[in-house]
Ligand binder design. Structure first.
Ligand SMILES: NC(=O)c1ccc[n+]([C@@H]2O[C@H](COP(=O)([O-])OP(=O)(O)OC[C@H]3O[C@@H](n4cnc5c(N)ncnc54)[C@H](OP(=O)(O)O)[C@@H]3O)[C@@H](O)[C@H]2O)c1
Length: 252
């Protein structure tokens, strides 16, 4: 049975966009959003069309590493909808297809891998914001949620390692904070904020799951529910914040 989520964005029905809609968490978000009464359409942005999209979901070709692709996708959605109020960016990498893994120490730093991680985890969300926030123009309450990671918290870093991933997430945190200020100047009811989804059973976390306690490894469905329930609790004071899956504030 689907829990009723109060997204608390608008009294009528709205459209939503999920960037990275073919990833573990992104795809679960597309499905969960499609089950909400208050959602009319979900635009699922991904490189490949996911199998089994719900009827409310529309696939939009999208590659976060290409600004041309980001522009084309934003124009495509603007032609179809004037009612997007929610954008969730759920793209990201921790290791790559060439088996570059997160660094255990300085000697593991590889410049190509470092730039690749930044291109997808940091530059990608900034370019997406550059071209997608115009979709929000003329709307009242709008929400931009960017998936970050607790390991991007500088204050919370007690373990070290994972130089590229940690830094890319610290940088995306700064980007989102800056964006939250700019968006607020344009629209006093806009909210831009970050969520750490917890450790979630997806391809991204697969190689690192053995050290995670069973009850701390969330299904993608649970992660999507948590994310939507945190978003549902946001108000103007949440703008620029960094939140965990349970709504707790994470220090930057
Ligand atoms: N899983 C966890 O435990 C965990 C923990 C903390 C934070 N997060 C964050 O949550 C977000 C979603 O992660 P996930 O666990 O759902 O990961 P995932 O299943 O591996 O999905 C990764 C997403 O990133 C996109 N992506 C990956 N490589 C790409 C590339 N080379 N070029 C373009 N796009 C690429 C994919 O896009 P397509 O949709 O186009 O395939 C996909 O949507 C990420 O920002 C991650 O850092 C996850």
């Amino acid at each position: 049975m689907v829990k009723k989520f109060e997204l608390n964005i608008s009294k009528g029905s709205i459209d939503a966009i999920v960037i990275g809609g073919n990833g573990g968490i992104g795809n679960a978000l597309v499905k969960k959003l499609s089950q909400l009464q208050e959602i009319n359409s979900v635009y699922c942005c991904s490189r490949k069309e996911p199998n089994g999209l719900p009827s409310k979901a529309n696939w939009i070709p999208f590659d976060i590493t290409s600004e041309d692709s980001i522009i084309a996708a934003s124009q495509n959605i603007m032609r179809q909808s004037q009612n997007v109020r929610l954008i969730i960016i759920a793209s990201g990498i921790l290791y790559d297809k060439d088996a570059n893994m997160p660094e255990k120490s300085l000697k593991d730093i590889n410049a190509d891998y470092f730039f690749e991680v930044f291109k997808i985890n940091t530059l990608g969300p900034i370019l997406t914001a550059k071209h997608f926030t115009s979709i929000f123009e003329k709307q009242d309450k709008t929400i931009m949620c960017i998936l970050s990671a607790r390991v991007g918290s500088i204050e919370d870093n007690n373990l070290g390692g994972w130089y590229s991933y940690r830094s890319s997430k610290s940088a995306v945190n700064m980007m989102a904070k800056t964006l939250s200020i700019e968006m607020k100047r344009k629209n006093k009811d806009s909210i831009t904020a970050l969520i750490h989804p917890g450790t979630v059973d997806t391809g991204l976390s697969k190689p690192f799951q053995s050290s995670v306690a069973k009850d701390k490894l969330f299904t993608t469905e649970k992660a999507a529910e948590s994310i939507l329930s945190v978003i549902g609790g946001w108000n103007n004071e949440s703008n620029g914040g960094f939140f965990a899956w349970d709504g707790q504030i994470i220090p930057f």
